[in-house]
Design a protein around this ligand. Structure first.
Ligand code: AP5
Ligand code: MG
Length: 213
């Protein structure tokens, strides 16, 4: 099964993808995580994408597609995309890549959350520097302040979770990613989940949608 999670920055794509990929034994593909890892390792790719990430702008489609194809070629598990595709051009690129492999997208799940709520969530997000687990100082705090419950490493604030960059990311979503809703609605495998409920309730809802014949 190949699944795409769509939604605003902060809608809970990463939170849900971590749970679902474990539960369904799928490969979690987060282009944002890939770029942040490259940035942290100061690789050539990391340097190429740094300016885009820090400004809240999209990395060019051609580069995103190249990186993905080179990383996914040998993967045999089902793919769970989080943060990709983000433009109609990326969606078309993904369609032709799947077609060339005799595969298809089985479900596109849109996590529907208001812009006010995502802005609130992003301002309170903390991410583990060790295992990448996602926290929220309001809705999902760690047991001990700024320390990961799972691996004990310190938590950090993402560079693009500053107010001015959050605003830019929301604008970029409206302009460049929202058109994907119409693109996938027309595909017949589009589902919508109310992403404003608790992470557990959203996970249950998404699992139920995916069980549908
Ligand atoms: P990326 O890393 O993909 O970021 P994003 O899409 O902006 O989404 P986020 O990771 O911010 O949010 P999320 O939906 O994963 O929410 P989360 O689960 O963390 O991209 C970053 C950058 O990389 C882009 O700006 C761009 O520059 C570049 N990039 C990446 N992919 C690209 C592509 N395909 N093309 C071009 N450029 C690309 O949750 C957020 C917070 O809410 C957390 O604190 C969490 O604990 C909390 N939360 C989650 N669910 C709930 C809930 N149900 N109730 C209450 N709180 C919740
Ligand atoms: Mg994410």
């Amino acid at each position: 099964m190949n699944i795409i999670l769509l939604g605003y920055p902060g809608s809970g794509k990463g939170t849900q993808a971590k749970v679902l990929s474990q539960k369904l034994n799928m490969f979690h593909v987060s282009t944002g995580d890939i770029f942040r890892e490259e940035l942290a390792k100061k690789t050539q790719l990391g340097q190429e994408v740094a300016g885009y990430l820090n400004a809240g702008r999209l990395v060019p489609d051609k580069l995103v597609l190249e990186v993905l194809k080179s990383r996914l070629g040998a993967e045999t598990r089902g793919l769970l995309f989080d943060g990709f595709p983000r433009t109609v051009e990326q969606a078309e690129g993904l369609d032709s890549w799947f077609m060339s492999r005799g595969q298809a997208i089985d479900a596109v799940v849109f996590l529907n959350v208001t812009e006010e709520e995502v802005a609130r969530r992003l301002g309170a997000r903390r991410t583990c520097t060790g295992c990448g687990r996602i926290y929220n100082t309001i809705s999902a705090p760690p047991a001990k302040e700024n320390v990961c419950d799972a691996c004990g490493k310190p938590l950090m604030v993402r560079d693009d979770d500053k107010p001015a960059v959050i605003e830019r990311r929301l604008q970029v979503y409206r302009d460049q990613t929202e058109p994907l809703l119409a693109y996938y609605r027309a595909s017949g495998s589009f589902y919508e989940a109310d992403g404003s409920q608790s992470p557990e309730a959203v996970a249950e809802k998404v699992s139920a949608l995916l069980r549908k014949p």
